[in-house]
Design a protein around this ligand. Structure first.
Ligand code: DX5
Ligand code: ZN
Length: 221
């Protein structure tokens, strides 16, 4: 298993977004993570299709779009059209989860589900076959730069067991407070895709930081 590093542009300097993305590409990032917040599902507002389209013009890397919004299905068509490769919706915001996942795949994108720290992993048991990605939130969503919740490690292990037991090849992603002091533990617990916002963009050398984060996983491989 090789690790994927997905810098979150939430912590980027938006006055220089193209340059920030170029740094990620040059630094060997695997995916670009784009956080969409609606001020309703989470207490913060960010961006939508226009920014996805802008990032799409800057890179050919897969765009990993994390929808922290109520009624996420309203945005599937426009986000895929804007260039999203993966759409991840929150379990807590989707009573008709299976229908939404099927729709995302029908549009030609990969489908993911995110779990808040208080949502049991087992709630996804019956949609494992519909998933291309399972995102275990390691903070309560809404803001960059928060502290990693240690209990998350148990949840990552549980998610890994669930995916393996079902023979799923879905990515297991972690998001929130992932940095030098937490990334190796996430990798050991079974995560393979690491979102990092603050860790990458607040680093003096974001390119080197991506490499350092990756190396910390490989050291414990
Ligand atoms: C938090 C977002 C994250 C955020 C992570 O709600 O989903 O993707 O950008 O930021 P850091 O890595 O700074 O915790
Ligand atoms: Zn995110």
């Amino acid at each position: 298993m090789t690790v994927r590093i997905a810098p979150s542009i939430l912590s980027a300097d938006f006055a220089r977004l193209g340059d920030e993305i170029a740094l990620c590409v040059d630094g060997g990032a695997d995916w670009i993570h784009i956080d969409v917040m609606d001020g309703c599902f989470v207490p913060n507002l960010t961006y939508g299709a226009k920014v996805i389209e802008t990032v799409r013009r800057c890179t050919t890397l897969p765009l990993d779009v994390h929808l922290m919004v109520v009624e996420p299905e309203k945005y599937f068509d426009s986000f895929v059209k804007a260039g999203a490769d993966l759409l991840t919706i929150h379990q807590e915001a989707a009573p008709h989860l299976q229908r939404h996942l099927a729709r995302i795949r029908e549009l030609g994108a990969r489908a993911g589900v995110a779990l808040n720290p208080s949502t049991p992993v087992a709630t996804l048991t019956d949609v494992i076959d519909d998933l291309d990605l399972l995102l275990v939130m390691t903070v309560n969503p809404g803001f960059g730069g928060q502290r990693f919740i240690p209990r998350s490690l148990h949840r990552i292990r549980e998610a890994r067991l669930l995916l393996d037991a079902r023979g799923s090849r879905a990515a297991l992603e972690v998001d929130g407070g992932v940095a030098r002091d937490t990334i190796a533990a996430c990798w050991r617990a079974g995560a393979d895709t690491m979102v990092a916002g603050n860790a990458v963009f607040a680093a003096p050398d974001p390119k080197a930081e991506i490499a350092a984060l990756r190396a910390m996983c490989h050291e414990v491989a």
